[in-house]
Design a protein around this ligand. Sequence first.
Ligand code: PAF
Length: 324
Amino acid sequence: MTRAVDIAILGAGAIGQLICRQLTAAGEHVGFIARDRQEPLSLQDSQAQQYSQSQKLSFTPLIASDDSHSPQPIDYRVPIIAANALDHIRLVIVCVKAYQVIDALLPLFHQLPRQCHILLLHNGMGPHLALAPLIEKMESRGLSLGTTSQGVLRQARWQIKQTGKGLTQLGHFTGIELAEHYRSAILAAIPNSEWVDTIVPCLWQKLAVNAAINPLTALHQCPNGALAKTDFSAIIEGILDELVTVAAQDGVPIDKPLLHDRIYQVIQLTAANFSSMHQDVAHQRQTEIDQINGYICERAQAHGLTTPINAKLCQQIKQLTVAT
Ligand code: PAF
């Protein structure tokens, strides 16, 4: 008897497709959850037999630095699971943008089995605070969080190319812990990944990288490497000072000099890249500013603090997206 698909991915963007490929290649049984309207492959309720559709994907692996051959794309098929046929799902990996998490997940909340675990994997922070009380209320469910710096380029709707094997950090947040089988399956499937004891500080660190790089590259229409110029050092300092103060109030002490070094290291390592926010603005798409610099402002407000530098960046990015 074939094992049922028990891991579902919500969000078939570049990261969703990459995680799907990695888990599938490691022998896990993975499918995408069909999302009505947003996804072209969406299933109607009347067609809801499980796995009645599948999608062909193409994945080009990263070239090893000592390999002179160009990597060949690998084609593979993945089941599409109808939103009302989720009975066998034990883990949902949510790979939509941060601002889509609640709208994408809540309609499925009561269709997923009671013991289904949820893992959020997106840039920015915020949705975990809204989801936590709902997860805790269900008692049998758990929430894990993660952040990934894997590089991936979407070449066509169902075609991706891996461009980097940056660190992936995952960890428990609330409710029942993720079963050991899934934990080890994820760590075995994703290269350079680790399960950490406390994930929230890792998310703040990644938030700092995004808060410094993303809005500045979008506003100045430049690649990440341009931020290494001294012209940007004062504003980067200001963004970090505010973030470190707010994080400390939130119970997350951060070593600012270490964080500062990490940001400049990312700027250097990704010098030629255009940040995701730069690309969102260039393509007139909604940005993640509310879940990046906006999250710093939101948490500041909760503690009676103000964060004028981050607030101004939010306002400038919003003006830019309205103006374009
Ligand atoms: O959002 C992004 O673009 C990336 O997270 C990062 C690390 C800033 C590199 O471009």
